[in-house]
Design a protein around this ligand. Structure first.
Ligand code: TXA
Ligand code: MG
Length: 323
């Protein structure tokens, strides 16, 4: 049985597996992560192989605290401000990588920057502390698929190919961390996520510029257009539900649907909608469904990240290799 309740013994087992260079899945407050020893090229290569992830897409390093982060990346004033405001928590900082970082080149895909975060989830923190190593961890899904918010989602994508899947129930935020790069003191959001742009701007005291990619050369290589892919196509801004479609709704005025349907938040709460998004997409992605019709979700606050994920899951995948 790979899925194990994340108690002390299971965390100790997972830490020992990481030290042996094996892969372990663990909960974070955003989504479940697929972890490996970030200092071991062989272990990190295992992540790319298991996910089917392109090698040019770098990984996030998870550490215990800002002191451990400071051994890996160079922190300027702005980075320290953001770390103080949001760590531990769902913010990833992309910073210049230290020459003595000791992180495998594979983690950063040859870039001279490194993405780093201090997770808030108790299990993620206990695992990092017990293992005593920086943990490279992308979301624990097959590359290009919907991110996992439960241990069962991870098991569905990887079966028993992992040393262990630590189970601590559904992820709190349900959306990945917000990725912000800081280069020459200039903060740029590369991926909207569980920390809103408003919250970051309030700390910076200035508008946050965005570089959300989508073209051939995304600033954050993971922000490829087609991602979060369901098997059934996703149809955005639906005002009706067509025969054979499933319905993904938001708010009190949901459309009538004869087929399967999920309302992300009947009361119209974006926090609740974010937490439900990925499991709803997985639940509606049934073999007989011709498409998933999605009603509009407001774009403010967490709505920016929700709409980003929906847009990517609806992107045309024709002719694209499965990632
Ligand atoms: O919430 C999260 O961030 C989850 C949990 C497990 O921590 N992790 C996660 O990892 O979402 P992943 O690999 O699915 O997404 C990492 C994103 C990708 O878009 C990747 O391209 C970007 O961060 N990234 C990593 N290193 C980077 C770098 N040096 N420069 C720019 N983008 C980078
Ligand atoms: Mg991912």
């Amino acid at each position: 049985m790979t899925v194990v309740k994340a108690d002390e013994a299971a965390i100790a087992f997972a830490a020992a597996a990481l030290a042996r260079g094996e892969l372990v899945a663990f909960p974070t407050e955003t989504v479940y992560g697929l972890g490996a020893d970030a200092t071991s090229g062989r272990a990190v290569a295992g992540i790319f192989a298991a996910k089917g992830r392109p090698r040019f897409n770098p990984l996030i390093v998870h550490v215990m605290d800002v002191v451990a982060a400071g051994r890996i990346a160079v922190f300027g004033e702005r980075a320290l401000e953001l770390a103080a405001a949001f760590w531990p928590g769902p913010l990833t900082l992309v910073l210049p990588r230290r020459s003595d970082a000791g992180i495998s080149e594979l983690v950063t895909a040859g870039l001279d920057t490194v993405a780093i975060r201090v997770p808030a989830h108790r299990v993620a923190r206990d695992l990092a502390r017990t293992a005593g190593i920086p943990i490279a961890a992308p979301s624990a899904n097959r590359s290009g698929h919907v991110s996992p918010t439960t241990a069962a989602h991870v098991a569905a994508d990887f079966g028993d190919r992992l040393a262990i899947i630590l189970d601590a129930g559904p992820a709190q935020h349900g959306l990945e961390s917000t990725v912000v790069s800081i280069v020459d003191g200039q903060a740029t959001m590369l991926r909207p996520g569980a920390v809103t742009a408003d919250a970051i701007e309030a700390v910076l005291g200035a508008p946050l510029s965005r570089s959300l990619g989508g073209g051939d050369q995304p600033a954050s290589p993971g922000q490829l257009e087609s991602h979060y892919a369901t098997r059934a196509p996703v149809r955005l801004d639906a005002t009706d539900v067509r025969p054979g479609e499933a319905l993904l709704a938001f708010g009190p005025d949901a459309l009538e649907s004869l087929g399967p349907s999920v309302n992300l938040s009947p009361k119209g709460c974006l926090v609740e909608a974010a937490a439900n998004l990925f499991s709803a997409l997985r639940a509606l992605d049934q073999p007989h469904i011709v498409a998933i019709a999605v009603t509009p979700v407001p774009g403010h606050g967490l709505g920016e990240a929700i709409n980003d994920r929906l847009r990517r899951s609806s992107a045309d995948r024709q002719g694209e290799p499965a990632r």
